[in-house]
Design a protein around this ligand. Sequence first.
Ligand SMILES: Nc1nc2c(ncn2[C@@H]2O[C@H](COP(=O)(O)OP(=O)(O)OP(=O)(O)O)[C@@H](O)[C@H]2O)c(=O)[nH]1
Ligand SMILES: [Mg+2]
Length: 430
Amino acid sequence: MVRLSGDHAREIAARMLRFSGLPEWRPWSCQLAELLDSDGQVVDQVVATFFAEPRSYTAEDVVEISCHGAPVVLRHALTLAMKAGARLAEPGEFTLRAFLNGRIDLPQAEAVRDLIDSTTLYQARIAAQQASGSVSRRIGPLKEQLLELIALLEAGIDFAEDDVSVAPPAELLRRLEPLTAGIRRLAESFAFGGLVRAGLNLAIVGRPNVGKSSLFNRLLQQDRAIVTEIPGTTRDVVSEVAAIHGIPVKLYDTAGIREGEGLVETLGIERSYQTMADADLTIVVVDLSAPLAQPDRDLMSRARDQGRWLLAGNKSDLPRVGEPLEDMLPVSALTGEGIDALRDAIFQAVMPAAGGELETGFITSLRHEQLLKESIEYLKKAAAAVAGKIPHEMLLLDLYSALRPIDAITGATTADDILNRIFSTFCIGK
Ligand SMILES: Nc1nc2c(ncn2[C@@H]2O[C@H](COP(=O)(O)OP(=O)(O)OP(=O)(O)O)[C@@H](O)[C@H]2O)c(=O)[nH]1
Ligand SMILES: [Mg+2]
């Protein structure tokens, strides 16, 4: 599809296409037309759709020309468009115009990019929610609370002689607390949101021959890593991406951990430790059909020290030896038993504790997370200022500083926004 946006969209389309008769630009309807080569011969039959401003993608007049898709034809259509007075759009320019024309806000524009980059349907669903404004719907009420607080203090200062009572410290703290907590919850949602967007690194570690490569293949649903009954089969890290509950998960199969036999294996084992240190989540695999050994325990405590981890007891199809361990997930890479439960556990391990917030929107952008954290720092300063009985003028400076990063997400607040609030919430009316 070739998209033309701007005041001249219709003129340019009329010049580059041949219509049967004069083109009729009825909004949101389409017309058949022909695309001609330089000799005046038809090279494609196309459909031209007109979207009248402001109800179009960019909020400007838009004509979309749908061709059959051959790259040479599309390139020719672009050439014709440029000859007729158009210029090529910059990357993302249509979405930029939608933003500049006020049809979407910044988080929505960013979500369009994420939607395009989605590799799983789950990612697409989250991006689509954000493109429809889920981030702003969560930040909006928090910003509202902050603006109210600012208006309260401004009114106290500006209209001191108009007997608008200046808020007592207890009242200020009562308002600051839920505001800070709300912004913090949103910032923390990035722990999960970031993974949804960028994916998760998952290391599979364990002693030789416990079935790491078999489990890796099973989670991938393809025979990617070599499996043999010889301990020390895997020598180097093997990685591949699988989707687990819609999150792209990069799985790392590693060399079995033991006292290395030879240089190659020793180097491989070093990489296993490195992979484990870099991973977002580690699965320690043990063999249920053999007694637990000290190296198994060492690996478990290392995983525990390093962060999020799961314990998988593999070969559950064989007679079990040794005592069951706490929180161990029995699986069989051979039969597939327990693999679904393992997938669930992987998802649960990275999902936020408050699972209910999943559907109401969380942030997936590192930029948003950093801005929210910056805002929290100033809100903390403001709370300290209230406690320290620092003058309201100074407190206001902190609140404005807390507002600035939020504005960087949602778009700027103007002095009018604050004045309107002061005049609407207080009966100054003079
Ligand atoms: N019965 C049974 N055998 C399994 C299972 N998983 C793996 N095996 C067998 O265990 C042996 C070792 O499997 P691998 O997947 O190569 O083990 P690994 O942990 O990757 O071994 P290294 O790469 O040497 O560290 C192979 O003979 C597999 O067929 C299982 O769930 N049940
Ligand atoms: Mg292996």
